[in-house]
Unconditional design. Structure first.
Length: 158
């Protein structure tokens, strides 16, 4: 089995496929708005907005981990893991562990104070996986978001 590596522009079509596969798994197949052009511009432009690692099986990208820096008022520089995705056909074969290992090594190299991410409360296999790796699943916190429409509505109230 190959080790994770930094993604290249050429990997982005498969990365987008995996993102769409995750959206279907998470019961939101219509939620993906990102395009291939967005991924290439945002990940490989002059000021990349994210870092992506991929892992291949038989020369095909079968998993990815996408991260970006954040800043904690309590801790300082932290890393946010937006998604760790392994294709349905390759789950349970250790690819997720290899990707998470790579993210933790990357975080250590960047001297971050914390690596954080979200997991759906019904995704018990993922929760168990993260807990076995020593992650703390903070069930008393809620994710809060304003989507594009919410932002527009908020600003209309000002």
């Amino acid at each position: 089995m190959n080790q994770p590596r930094l993604a290249k522009k050429e990997d982005m079509p498969r990365v987008l496929e995996l993102i769409n596969e995750l959206a279907i798994f998470e019961k939101e197949p219509e939620a993906v708005e990102i395009t291939l052009d967005d991924l290439i511009a945002d990940g490989f432009g002059e000021q990349p907005k994210f870092t992506c690692f991929v892992i291949e099986v038989l020369q095909k990208v079968e998993g990815l981990a996408l991260v970006y820096p954040r800043y904690s008022t309590w801790k300082g520089v932290v890393l946010h893991l937006e998604d760790l995705i392994v294709s349905q056909s390759q789950r349970g074969k250790g690819l997720g562990t290899l990707l998470l290992d790579e993210i933790v090594k990357y975080g250590k190299q960047k001297d971050v104070k914390r690596i954080s991410w979200e997991v759906l409360d019904w995704n018990e296999p993922a929760i168990k996986f993260y807990e076995t790796k020593g992650a703390k699943v903070m069930r008393d916190w809620n994710v809060v978001q304003l989507n594009k429409e919410g932002i527009e509505n908020y600003l209309k109230q000002l």
